[in-house]
Design a protein around this ligand. Structure first.
Ligand SMILES: Nc1ncnc2c1ncn2[C@@H]1O[C@H](COP(=O)(O)OP(=O)(O)OP(=O)(O)O)[C@@H](O)[C@H]1O
Ligand SMILES: [Mg+2]
Length: 237
């Protein structure tokens, strides 16, 4: 049961949006998926509880540092995705420490190498804590650039430069980026999945391209998780 945390102490980086798109994609492909909604605004819980989606995605809200472990121990899902708050906190530290993989979304238009460095340092600090108990335990992570220009849209020179700076730092990052698309806002507004938006003929740009983008990202992530998926023995520690 890989536990994937969406973490960036900077607010508005695309954590909740990416978490929902990824989770609904995996659920639709038949996986048993649970989102632990630890965003104080509870956007994914709201999506599930106040809408009409038929998605099999399970969402648990009210996550606090005091009940996080208890929830995780009870879950038996193929994927658990923790959507974290946009500030540093004890809850964020705990979630990172128990995760098998951390996705660090970074909004491409506001991307700044220092900001990325801060997000990574939080992960490395938690790694040191868990390594006190298991010296071999690593917390793998990758940066995910979000709100990048959709294919065909103009790419500004500033963005190109920022992306080059990130590449130069050798911080691991996903090849796939998440484009800025109206459809990704619409999933929250309509409280539906991308597929449901398409089935209902809701006009929000190129839904096939929006779906393909999430497919590409999820495929890359699942490949990434293969070698690090913990064994039962590992998880018991
Ligand atoms: N790929 C995208 N395309 C279009 N809009 C996006 C995309 N990703 C995020 N947004 C928009 O950016 C804003 C912030 O996104 P989101 O709420 O996902 O960030 P967050 O990191 O969860 O923020 P917080 O730290 O406040 O929880 C929202 O208005 C959302 O609709
Ligand atoms: Mg959020």
């Amino acid at each position: 049961m890989p536990i994937i945390a969406m973490s960036n102490p900077k607010g508005g980086a695309g954590k909740s949006t990416t978490a929902l798109l990824l989770a609904t994609y995996l659920a639709e492909r038949g996986a048993k998926v649970c989102v632990l909604d630890a965003d104080p605004n509870q956007p994914i819980l709201d999506w599930k509880e106040n809408g009409n989606t038929a998605s099999t995605l399970e969402v648990i809200g009210g996550i606090k540092e005091s009940n996080l472990m208890e929830h995780v121990e009870r879950l038996n899902h193929q994927f658990v995705i923790i959507d974290l708050e946009g500030t540093a906190s004890l809850l964020v530290s705990r979630a990172i420490a128990l995760s098998d993989f951390v996705i660090v979304p970074l909004q491409a238009s506001a991307v700044d190498v220092r900001q990325a460095g801060k997000a990574i340092r939080t992960i490395r600090d938690e790694e040191k804590v868990v390594q006190r108990y298991d010296a071999k335990r690593r917390i793998p992570y990758k940066i995910l650039l979000t709100r990048t220009p959709a294919p065909g849209a103009p790419v500004s020179s500033v963005q190109r430069q920022l992306e080059a700076e990130i590449t130069a730092t050798n911080i691991p990052r996903f090849r796939t980026t998440i484009a800025d698309r109206l459809a990704y806002k619409a999933v929250f507004v309509e409280r539906l999945t991308l597929t449901e938006l398409k089935d209902r003929a809701i006009k929000v740009g190129n839904l096939d391209a929006a779906y393909q983008n999430i497919h590409d990202f999820a495929t890359e992530l699942v490949e990434e998780l293969q070698p690090t998926t913990p064994t039962e023995e590992h998880r018991e520690r």
